[in-house]
Design a protein around this ligand. Structure first.
Ligand SMILES: [Fe+2]
Ligand SMILES: [Fe+2]
Length: 191
């Protein structure tokens, strides 16, 4: 079945703590604004925003189990930071729980952590909503919010992606191979 918004919210409330739940609702609302601005299906954007962090509160053991069960390939970075699996594991779990969930929504959930080569507009909207929801108060989020509707969606995504990559490098954090792929795709104009 395809969950409606009320179903998605109540299923989510049983899975996420208050912080994660409030973040998810904020991402859905931000996704709706972006969708309307950039001509993306608003219902799919809202639903994908609500569901994007379906697996974010799962512990490392559960995420590893899900990865194995759903055939998600583990890189060394996933082994070191299992939290990074939550997008892909969440997408696979959602597909099982809601078989009629549109594939586009499932893909946007899977891609929200690293992006991917050839992102759809819905994928970009969810990636951006996750970075720009009102609870994100970094200076860069404020700068990017001012550009919504003023620059194309692809450019907004490229800027948000660059900022996230800079943040990883400055914090001396690991870079997942999927991040390198997504970034190269942006630079080569394939995205
Ligand atoms: Fe997430
Ligand atoms: Fe999120």
């Amino acid at each position: 079945m395809r969950p409606d918004t009320a179903e998605a919210r109540s299923a989510l409330a049983g899975r996420l703590g208050t912080r994660g739940y409030e973040h998810s609702v904020a991402v859905a609302e931000t996704a709706l604004v972006l969708a309307e601005e950039y001509g993306v299906d608003p219902d799919e954007a809202y639903l994908a925003g609500l569901l994007h962090d379906w697996s974010r509160d799962e512990d490392a053991a559960t995420l590893r189990e899900s990865a194995e069960r759903f055939g998600i390939e583990l890189t060394a970075v996933d082994e070191a930071v299992p939290y990074l699996l939550h997008g892909r594991a969440g997408a696979a779990a959602l597909k099982e729980r809601f078989p009629d969930l549109p594939e586009r929504v499932v893909d946007a959930v899977a891609r929200h952590t690293f992006g991917a080569p050839r992102m759809t507009d819905l994928d970009r909207v969810i990636y951006l909503a996750d970075a720009l929801e009102p609870g994100r108060d970094a200076a860069v989020a404020n700068e990017l919010r001012r550009e919504v509707g003023r620059i194309p969606l692809g450019e907004l995504y490229a800027r948000a992606y660059a900022a996230s990559l800079e943040h990883l490098v400055r914090g001396r954090r690991r870079i997942h191979p999927a991040t390198v792929e997504a970034w190269n795709s942006i630079v080569e104009g394939r995205d």
